[in-house]
Design a protein around this ligand. Structure first.
Ligand SMILES: Cc1cc2nc3c(=O)[nH]c(=O)nc-3n(C[C@H](O)[C@H](O)[C@H](O)COP(=O)(O)OP(=O)(O)OC[C@H]3O[C@@H](n4cnc5c(N)ncnc54)[C@H](O)[C@@H]3O)c2cc1C
Length: 466
């Protein structure tokens, strides 16, 4: 019998892989595990950038505090005292419409009352209860227009620009909003489904939940993977600069090859973005995936520092739907949410550029992108002086796009998990793209390893973190 290198081998030290490892250690401190990471630091798509007193994020800006798994992780790695929160109830969001920033109220009823769309369009939204479900695999745009009418398309566009940097003409509703899609399928209407949910919550005595808060850390989002990795490094349970090149099923479990090593394990966790995972899976002896890759959207973040002469509206930030034809996808008003992110007397905005529809914009030089972003913002926000600080951050990671064929890919993963009890696929793009999605999936993987329980895929209503 081959001696295993570790009982559990986790490939990838992004939030997913580190969360699986942290949950496993939490529940079973003596477990033998090893994390392999191709890079020289933990965190994958999460990268904080501190320069001249401005703290910006090259990747994720935060996560909502309404996810138990994320709260457990933060507590487990001792970061409770470093948490910073921006409650959504206080930090309103804006959508750019007709060349102006329009405030979006935080509650659905107030949204309906606000003068954002004409009365006829509001009545059309309510007529959703009469619409039959759309057959096939509709895109977000097809589905929203069919159910709620054309007037809601710019708002749906803004939502999926803020999360996926995606194109609603291509994202599949079933993949990106499984909870709403299931409501339509089971209740015949989303509005009816929502009313039912509220009623049954009341019957069960559930308290009405307030709006969640956007959460980060005083030293930025990278603090979370750093803290998770530090615990593993103490016991030499993480290896950097070690890329898995192939994975192979053996009688005892799995064999993973890197440039220098052959590692054996009982449980193999691929905690990787969908495409990296598929690249490792195509040559295994198990059933081939229905596709070898999915599209990704790239974005860049432009961090802009201004003196406090800049009249940035109070709130979380804004998003611009495609129909507005703007250069930037939107911006976060970062130092409003997290005041320590700019030097005294200054403010920080983080502006997003590129996305699924405009990869060509990222081919411009850094200076050109920064100039174009500033000109774009100046039309929307009162900025009497040019920025005193600017930096373009180009994340290496693309954002997986859940488009044509993605439901079949999820079914393939489900079958794989049913057939092979010691293989676990999770990570960026599997069952969601947000940090909370990653942590929920990581917990399911840990549970499956520890007690052999395969959770049903849930059709929850996903939070919107922008
Ligand atoms: C620009 C951007 C902004 C975002 N903003 C938000 C946000 O505000 N809120 C939010 O909730 N989510 C956000 N997200 C999503 C969030 O960052 C991801 O959900 C999360 O970071 C994914 O973690 P992961 O571990 O699954 O994947 P990754 O972070 O991609 O980590 C995978 C790791 O695996 C390593 N790896 C890859 N291949 C191999 C191999 N063969 N061998 C060994 N190691 C390997 C990589 O180097 C990497 O470290 C954003 C993502 C991006 C890109």
């Amino acid at each position: 019998m081959v001696k295993p290198s570790a009982e559990v081998l986790i490939i990838g030290a992004g939030l997913s892989g580190l969360a699986v490892a942290t949950f496993l250690k939490h529940k079973q401190p003596g477990i033998s595990l090893l994390v392999l990471e191709q890079g020289d630091h933990p965190g994958g798509a999460v990268r904080s950038h501190l320069e001249e007193g401005y703290l910006a994020e090259g990747g994720a800006h935060g996560f909502l505090d309404n996810c138990l798994e994320s709260r457990v992780l933060v507590h487990e790695v001792g970061l409770d005292s470093e948490v910073e929160k921006a409650p959504l109830a206080e930090f309103v969001r804006y959508v750019c419409l007709d060349g102006e920033l329009k405030l979006i109220p935080q509650q659905p009823v107030k949204i309906l009352k606000a003068p954002l769309i004409p009365l006829t369009a509001k009545l059309r939204v309510l007529a959703e209860v009469l619409q039959k479900p759309l057959p096939g695999e509709p895109t977000v745009a097809q589905w929203v227009e069919h159910r709620f009418g054309k007037a809601l398309l710019p708002f749906a566009d803004a939502v999926f620009t803020g999360t996926y940097a995606g194109d609603i003409e291509r994202l599949k509703i079933e993949a990106v909003m499984p909870g709403l899609y299931t409501m339509e399928q089971t209740h015949g209407s989303v509005l009816k489904g929502l009313v039912n949910k509220v009623r049954s919550g009341r019957k069960d005595g559930k308290k009405k939940k307030g709006l969640p808060a956007m959460t980060s850390f005083s030293a930025g989002m990278e603090r979370l993977p750093q803290a998770m990795a530090a615990g593993l490094a103490l016991n030499r349970e993480i290896m950097y600069r070690t890329a898995a090149r192939s994975v192979e099923k053996t009688d005892e479990g799995w064999l993973v090859r890197t440039a220098q090593l052959e590692l054996h394990c009982r449980h193999l966790v691929l905690a990787l973005p969908v495409n990296r995972c598929l690249a490792l899976m195509v040559d295994t002896t198990v059933v081939a995936p229905p596709m070898s890759s999915i599209p990704e959207a790239r974005i860049a973040t432009v961090a802009l520092g201004f003196t406090d002469q800049a009249q940035i509206p109070f709130g979380f930030g804004y998003l611009a739907p495609e129909c507005e034809n703007r250069f930037a996808l939107g911006a976060l008003f970062s130092s409003h949410m997290f005041p320590g992110r700019a030097p005294e007397g200054h403010v920080l905005m983080e502006v997003l550029v590129g996305g699924r529809r405009h990869p060509e914009r990222l081919e411009l030089a850094d200076d050109q992108i920064i100039d174009k972003v500033y000109l774009d913002l100046k039309e929307l926000i009162d900025l009497p002086e040019p920025p005193v600080f600017s930096r373009l951050l180009r994340p290496k990671s693309g954002i997986p796009q859940l488009e044509e064929g993605y439901p079949a890919l999820l079914s393939w993963r489900k079958r794989l998990h049913q057939d092979i009890d010691n293989l676990h696929l999770c990570g960026f793009g599997w069952q969601g793209i947000g940090i909370n999605d990653m942590h929920k999936e990581a917990w399911k993987v840990a549970k499956r390893i520890l007690v052999g329980l395969l959770d049903e895929e849930s059709d929850e209503i996903k939070g919107i973190y922008f």
